[in-house]
Design a binder for this molecule. Structure first.
Ligand code: SF4
Length: 492
């Protein structure tokens, strides 16, 4: 069934890497770095289950878990089903305060024995290591992704980076097994320069891989916002100097600890913008539910202004305004649709409307990935499509920009449509079909726009749920095998 894939790791040649001088701050960069002040913040993090198991958490926090829940979790400690071996438990005081008044928020951070009932799933979702030319950098698309840290202020139980945050060992393409490492500025900027120099020299395409310029970088992890301003600035300056055109910061900090976006942070990005006015900044935010940012009364109802507009939580609103008032930053929300958290059309409608009103774009909703234990979190693909479609009824055009995406090993695909009616004359489509379309695949997305059509399976939560009912597979989503070549050039 699997056939060889056209997707190959895209790396500079060894000689390209050797011809590039390691990153040393320029005068301009150093002046920017010298201007940075760090925040003095206390997230009041509640780390791990231990404080709960030993009843040493603050009295109000201890009640986050019932005695029965604690006993159930304790019984799994040290076993294969230990919930913390799968994904460490963590939350901030701010998020705990939100959770007191919200069941979805509780579910997002609260460990449950149900999450390790079925531990099926991939240890490296998306086979990301196939596209890692240097440690901590994924270069699959025109965009590179960096692991700059391995933690967040709080941990979502459904996290699609659980292998990184849980510091698990992952098998590499060459068969070796190791934890995913974090990116280093020198390695990454050397790689970017080498790749881009080779591309320029060769008239716009890399001579080895045929790839174009690496022009955009996503700082991710974990959440870059757990780093100090100084460390974030060091990455921003180095990436700008290495010729990157746009930098994304992927963060859920607006939900977990909006106070992080204080005057020192905004002063830092203002200084960055003054120093590098041509480099775009994109804030990739991660709200899953409106309870993470809207103000609620004691009954758990959203608070309305006299105009009927729903009010934001004051600290979250202040942070969001800090970004929205700087027109040179774009703000994009993306969120998976997760069982018991936001598989709710009304909540998603309110979220899309409220985000767009304050200047955040609704970028993507995702079907859950095939992480370890994904069956505890993933909503069936067709259900997710219906929920999103329902949620967008009654919204304006600009509020409904988000598409439903599911990340295939080959690349990002859109769940374009789910029909109730058969396709006339097409056997297998009697109960309706699902249409997937490739949005991006490795390199410069040669397969963009290609589609796959499968007969419906309302229980499918991953592509394999459709393996026995493929009708049309122009996109090759159901005939795919992992890339074989190892990106040795850049590693050595
Ligand atoms: S914010 Fe993102 S990376 Fe962090 S725990 Fe949640 S899903 Fe994982």
């Amino acid at each position: 069934m699997p056939i060889s894939s056209p997707n190959r790791p895209q790396t500079p040649l060894r000689e390209d890497m050797n011809n590039v001088v390691k990153h040393i701050p320029t005068e301009r960069e150093q002046a920017f770095l010298d201007s940075i002040e760090n925040s003095k913040l206390d997230r009041q993090s509640i780390n791990g289950l231990k404080p709960f198991l030993e009843e040493k958490a603050d009295a109000d926090v201890q009640s986050f878990y019932s005695k029965e829940e604690i006993e159930e979790l304790r019984a799994l400690t040290g076993s294969e089903r230990d919930v913390e071996s799968r994904m460490p438990v963590k939350m901030t005081r701010h998020y705990f305060d939100l959770a007191k008044n919200s069941l979805p928020i509780q579910r997002l951070v609260k460990a449950s024995v149900s999450e390790t009932e079925n531990l099926e799933g991939s240890e490296d979702p998306g086979h990301q290591m196939d596209y890692s030319p240097v440690e901590g950098l994924l270069h699959k698309y025109e965009l590179g992704l960096l692991y700059v840290t391995a933690t967040c202020s709080a941990h979502c139980r459904f996290c699609y980076r659980e292998e990184l945050i849980g510091r698990k060992e992952v098998q590499r393409q060459d068969g070796t097994v190791a934890k995913k490492g974090l990116a280093l500025i020198d390695d990454v900027t050397t790689y970017i320069r080498a790749h881009n120099q080779a591309v320029t020299k060769n008239g716009g395409k890399h001579p080895g891989s045929g790839r174009e310029k690496l022009r955009e970088i996503l700082m991710s992890g974990g959440d870059p916002m757990v780093l100090s301003n100084t460390k974030i600035a060091a990455w921003l300056g180095a990436l700008a100097e290495s010729g990157i055109e746009a930098i994304r910061i992927g963060t859920k900090e607006l939900a977990f600890f909006p106070q992080r976006f204080d005057d020192t942070f905004f002063a830092m990005i203002d200084r960055f913008h003054e120093t590098y006015p041509d480099v775009g900044l994109r804030l990739m935010i991660h709200f899953n539910h409106p309870d993470e940012f809207l103000a609620k009364d004691a009954n758990g109802d959203y608070i309305e202004a006299p105009s009927g507009i729903l009010k934001w939580h004051p600290q979250t609103h202040q942070a969001m305004q800090g970004f929205a008032s700087r027109g040179w930053i774009s703000i994009e929300n993306q969120s998976p649709i997760i069982k018991g958290i936001n598989d709710d059309a009304d909540a998603l409608r309110i979220m899309q409307r409220s985000l767009k009103r304050v200047g955040a774009n609704n970028h993507y909703f995702f079907c859950g990935r095939d992480i370890i234990a994904y069956k505890a979190f993933n909503v069936p693909i067709e259900t997710a499509w219906h929920i999103l479609n329902e949620s967008q009824k009654g919204l304006s055009g600009v509020e409904t920009h988000a598409r439903l995406s599911i990340t295939h090993y080959k690349g990002k695909t859109e769940v374009v449509a789910v029909t109730n009616e058969p396709l006339a004359g097409v056997p297998g489509s009697e109960k309706g079909v699902v249409i997937f379309k490739i949005l991006r695949n490795a390199a410069d997305a040669p397969d963009r726009g290609l589609v796959s059509i499968v007969a419906r399976n309302p229980d499918a939560i991953w592509f394999d749920g459709y393996d026995d009912r493929v009708i049309f597979d122009e996109a090759g989503l159901f005939e795919y095998s992992r890339v074989q070549a190892r990106p040795t050039e850049a590693r050595s």
